[in-house]
Ligand binder design. Structure first.
Ligand SMILES: Nc1ncnc2c1ncn2[C@@H]1O[C@H](COP(=O)(O)OP(=O)(O)OP(=O)(O)O)[C@@H](O)[C@H]1O
Ligand SMILES: [Mg+2]
Length: 258
């Protein structure tokens, strides 16, 4: 199952992606985490050492061919993973889309083609693929995530965040993605939860779960410790764990021979 997390800047996409990845891996699922942000932070959030995170070598665009109907990998995806994924805590495999190396470098077309091609070939009920997207709607306007099974829009309980969800949901609806759901994050009160619930009802969007605000998440981040390794953040970890069976109900837990 392939799940992409989208939403406004700072909504919590990376925090929730990393926590979901580690929870699924601990449950025995084969997990591939794709950092689809050109400003990559998923490695650190997963708990990959800074040296290993810095060593993530993006899949080179030479492994992608442009065909009629879209880009595609020219080699088997498991071989590509073997060569280009970094092994993180709990066995999560991390792949990056790469960051610009220089100013004035130009657009990121080939990096988007790499992510799209990987996603196409990674589909399997035995593998959980989580894609941490950047805040920009470019992954949607380019169709980079057309091959995911579910898009989760992370929403904070304030107007501009919800407005971003509304706009992005319209773009997701134009892609061949089967399911779109909203995940409320940084919820501090019943009024926050009600506001997001009413927004979802008004726009006919599914609310998949609610993750509370926690000062402990901020403390973990400040200490560069993944949320899942920060016991005082237990309420947030539990809320993210509850998202997994809701967002990817068909996920098969057993690890296949890869
Ligand atoms: N439930 C929460 N409670 C408190 N703080 C949170 C929570 N979730 C995330 N945060 C904090 O919010 C900040 C932004 O989180 P994160 O980097 O995951 O967002 P993002 O959506 O990936 O941002 P970007 O758009 O820049 O990629 C971080 O400091 C993180 O620790
Ligand atoms: Mg992020």
């Amino acid at each position: 199952m392939r799940l992409a997390l989208a939403g406004k800047g700072g909504a919590g996409k990376t925090t929730i992606s990393a926590t979901l990845a580690r929870i699924a891996a601990r449950a025995g699922t084969s997990v591939v985490a794709i950092d689809a942000d050109a400003n990559p932070n998923l490695g650190i959030a997963l708990g990959v050492s800074p040296a290993d995170a810095a060593a993530v070598r993006p899949v080179p665009p030479s492994l992608v061919s442009r065909r009629i109907g879209g880009a595609g990998l020219t080699e088997p995806v498991d071989e590509v993973l073997q060569r280009h994924a970094v092994l993180g805590p709990d066995g999560v495999r991390l792949v990056g889309m790469g960051a610009p190396g220089h100013a004035d470098e130009g657009c990121l077309c080939s990096a988007h083609a790499v992510v799209s091609s990987l996603l196409e070939d990674l589909g399997s009920p035995h593998r959980f693929v989580v894609v941490d997207m950047e805040a920009s709607p470019e992954h949607l306007s380019r169709g980079t995530i057309r091959h995911v099974d579910v898009v989760a829009m992370v929403a904070e309980p304030y107007y501009r965040s919800l407005e971003t969800v509304r706009r992005m949901a319209l773009l997701v609806a134009e892609l061949p993605v089967q399911r779109l759901a909203v995940v409320a994050n940084k919820v501090r009160s019943a009024a926050d939860e009600t506001a997001i619930g009413e927004f979802c009802d008004r726009h006919d969007l599914e609310l998949a779960g609610v993750v509370p605000w926690s000062e402990e998440v901020v403390s973990a981040d400040r200490s560069r410790v993944p949320v899942i390794e920060w016991p005082a953040a237990a309420p947030v970890i539990a809320a993210v764990a509850a998202l997994l069976p809701t967002l990817v109900p068909d996920q098969q837990p057993e690890t296949p021979a890869l």
